[in-house]
Design a protein around this ligand. Structure first.
Ligand code: MN
Ligand code: MN
Length: 470
């Protein structure tokens, strides 16, 4: 069995749709580099498409009817969309799931210091990164500062053409003989990932005497940065304590290749699945089974915390949904979840000819060959995986055949080399059918990841087919 390249199967109309979808995806990827930004942007977009906050239904004790579109937001970092179908909820839901957090570098809570005339922000990286990939590249700062009075300062700096950017330094090649002897995992250490944010000292105060002036010179660059933070954001040094500032590659996502067949951009794990998931929800109408789309946080660090997939947010929201249908019982909720089908979407590593020995070619995903399904991932002897049921895969083959959706079945790398975790098993514990699904990515987890426009379009088509036919 070999999967074919899918580019030449599309009609002219489909190719137009493919390009339009990808143009909007590139804009989305450029604008949404944090989980909060994804939630804000998607809520704005889906409200325009008629989705309303589930809390308004709960407050007004309004019952749901077929065609209703609801959403629920959790701490501005995760989101659930619901489109009510004509069948009772107990017959099960068709669920799409993806995550909207990405590997990055977070600012510590006491970050600001000066060394040798340079002002730094100390950091702690988030998720799995090759640290050496993050040095000497322009970086932007995205996030919020939560003030004691309950207000939030929103920061997004480094994205506009005239914004300043930040960077992490690396040693020049001329002095690197010792550094280059180190293992790649130690070439750049975690504590060496500090961001340089300034080099100009604050001007000495004229009124003060000579003694005070020389005292001013200590940490004069840090003082200048603090003065600027005050001026731009009305922010004190203590406000870093309650800030979430994420350092990400600066700049927009781009078309890639002379043939413009690919997309290069930061954070495609897993926004390349989150984006077509939410778009598929907007593309379907008149569903029989209720459709749900979960966009979750904290996947890169184990889906923990209140906004990760392991929290009760999903279950609680489904309980609210069940009660909005009329009478609520715990048994009804359990039946509804157990009868559900899910595509748990996350990126898969695309076969890379340069590193061919890390893959087993027959069971690897290729760029441009369609949506990826993974019966299992896991490490060693499939450890920790959700192993999708053969019967469910058989059913999905029938579903995708109906709409001529091309998919490739793949594992993540060769046996005993690695493997990866996804959110699939967390939903599977409700007894529902879940399969790993997603889009193939080259340089996965690097500052700039690469995907195929055709795969993004085909995955979008696959999600629509699933919501309509599963
Ligand atoms: Mn992922
Ligand atoms: Mn990941």
């Amino acid at each position: 069995m070999e999967n074919k390249c899918i580019w030449n199967k599309y009609s002219k109309t489909q190719l137009k749709e493919l390009e339009a979808l990808n143009a909007d995806y590139i804009d989305f990827l450029s604008a949404c580099k944090t989980e909060r930004e994804c939630v804000d942007e998607i809520v704005t977009r889906i409200e325009d498409a008629g989705y309303v906050d589930i809390n308004s239904y709960i407050k007004e004790k309004k019952q749901i009817t077929a065609g209703d579109k609801l959403y629920a937001v959790n701490m501005n970092k995760s989101l659930i969309m619901i489109q009510v179908g004509s069948a009772p909820l107990e017959e099960g839901l068709n669920i799409l799931g993806a995550h909207i957090d990405s590997p990055r570098i977070d600012i510590k809570q006491n970050p600001l210091y000066e060394d040798s005339g340079l002002a730094y922000l100390d950091t702690h990286y988030y998720g799995g990164i090759k640290k050496y990939q993050w040095v000497t590249t322009p970086l932007a700062m995205h996030g919020i500062v939560a003030k004691k009075d309950g207000t939030n300062i929103i920061i997004q700096l480094g994205e506009e053409a005239d914004d300043p950017v930040f960077f992490i330094s690396d040693l020049l090649i001329h002095l690197s003989a010792e550094q280059l002897e180190k293992k790649a995992s130690h070439v750049i250490e975690g504590e060496a990932l500090d961001i340089i944010i300034g080099n100009r000292p604050i001007a000495p105060s004229k009124k003060k005497g000579k003694e005070e002036e020389s005292a001013d010179e200590k940490d004069a660059v840090k003082k200048s940065i603090l003065a600027l933070l005050k001026e731009y954001y009305d922010m004190e040094e203590e406000d870093f304590l309650s800030a979430e500032l994420e350092i990400v590659p600066a700049g927009k996502a781009r078309e890639c290749g002379l043939d413009r067949s690919m997309v290069l951009g930061y954070g495609q794990d897993d926004r390349v699945c989150a984006y077509p998931s939410y778009r598929a929800m907007l593309a379907v109408e008149g569903l029989e089974k209720t459709a749900v789309c979960i966009l979750t946080d904290k996947e890169e660090i184990g889906s923990v915390g209140a906004t990760g997939m392991q929290s009760r947010f999903f279950e609680n929201t489904m309980a609210e949904l069940a009660s909005l249908e009329g009478e609520y019982t715990d048994l009804k909720l359990r039946r509804m979840l157990a009868a559900s089908f899910m595509l748990s979407s996350d990126v898969n590593s695309a076969f890379d000819p340069t590193y061919a020995s890390s893959f087993e070619k027959k069971n690897a995903a290729f760029l441009g060959r369609g949506m990826v399904l993974g019966k299992f991932h896991g490490a060693r002897g499939k450890s920790g995986t959700n192993d999708a049921n053969a019967e469910y895969i058989g059913k999905l083959r029938g579903v995708f055949d109906k709409d001529k959706v091309s998919f490739q079945m793949a594992e993540l790398g060769r046996v005993d080399l690695g493997g990866g975790g996804t959110i699939a098993y967390m939903l599977a514990k409700y007894g529902m059918n879940v399969i790993d699904c997603g889009v193939a990515v080259l340089n996965m987890h690097a500052p700039y990841e690469v995907t195929s426009k055709a795969d993004i379009y085909e995955t979008y088509r696959g999600y629509i087919s699933f919501l309509k036919n599963a």
